[in-house]
Design a protein around this ligand. Structure first.
Ligand code: KIV
Length: 295
């Protein structure tokens, strides 16, 4: 793939770390994108992304499930490991799937698997005050934790669907308490999803760690979007907060249509795509007698 920029021995590659990301609050905006395999990891990394997240959105955009609940730890590890082979500079974060952190023991064990088997550099988990013990224990094991509050898709059954959260003063107060609790527990940053911009501003001001928004307006310390949404590769639905930067789904269908057309009309493969016999062999090849086809 021709995505890598040419580097010389003098070029310094700054490898992103969790403490580095944490220190960028108030200094520069943080760019985060999801990716799910080697090639999408290479593309996200080559673009200068600070964080690459192997999100459990994988369940929907890659595996075709209705929601994020059915993806397993083993499936996630398979994709995190593949993505790690393509991501050399950005901080690689693995998303802990539904029920993988419902007890402290399970949380530490599974976060450890993401680091050892998946080669991730941090993990993300959904929830606020209720998951503080898990965040403390994972951090104590030396694993950086990205928290996630607001619309947490693993709780859609409780929310009644993919609905924006924090729309009242009471809900905003709870979100601020959640954000402060996860910071206190040791999280190095927090994703805040689908909440009003006013609530996002208050949360961002209430914590010392960076907030990474998705559907939280332009007041957070960084932004995250889903790879397939940005590139126009997932058309089942497009949330209001997505900006499509390309239409690769449509472009890919057009490219494949052109290929089918060429194959059907005998225009592919062409000369340039064809291997030819060396001259010294050609005369002998012509002498080969092929028996008739068996009926
Ligand atoms: O799973 C995911 O992709 C996420 C991001 C949208 C933050 O959690």
């Amino acid at each position: 793939m021709s995505t890598s920029k040419k580097t010389t021995s003098k070029d310094k590659v700054t490898v992103m770390t969790a403490p580095g990301i944490q220190a960028s609050k108030g200094v520069q905006k943080i760019c985060c994108m999801t990716a799910y395999d080697y090639s999408s990891g290479i593309i996200a990394d080559a673009s200068g992304m600070d964080i690459v997240l192997v999100g459990d959105s994988l369940a929907m955009v890659v595996l075709g499930h209705e929601d994020t609940l059915s993806v397993t730890m083993d499936e996630m590890i398979h994709h995190v490991r593949a993505t790690s082979r393509g991501v050399k500079r950005a901080l690689l974060v693995a998303d802990m799937p539904f029920m993988s952190f419902c007890t402290v023991n399970r949380a530490v064990k599974n976060a450890g698997r993401f680091m050892a088997e998946g080669r991730a550099k941090a993990v993300k988990l959904e929830g606020g005050i209720p998951v503080v013990p898990q965040i403390k224990a994972i951090s104590a094991a030396g694993i950086p934790v990205m928290a996630h509050v607001g619309l947490t898709p693993q709780h859609i059954a409780k929310f009644g669907g993919f609905k924006a959260q924090g729309k009242s003063a009471k809900a905003t107060k709870t979100l601020i308490e959640d954000a402060q609790a996860v910071e206190e527990a040791g999280a190095f940053c927090i994703v805040i999803e689908a909440i009003p911009v006013e609530a996002a501003k208050l949360i961002t001001e209430a914590v010392n760690i960076p907030t990474i928004g998705i559907g939280a307006g332009n007041v957070t310390d960084g932004q995250v979007l889903v790879y397939h949404d940005v590139l126009g590769l997932f058309d089942r639905f497009t949330p209001k907060f997505v900006r499509k930067y390309a239409e690769l789904g449509t472009a890919s269908v057009k490219a494949f249509e052109a290929y089918c057309d060429d194959v059907r009309r005998g225009r592919f493969p062409g000369d340039k795509n064809t291997f030819y016999m060396p001259d010294d062999q050609l005369a002998q090849v012509r002498k080969i007698k092929v028996k008739g086809k068996k009926k």
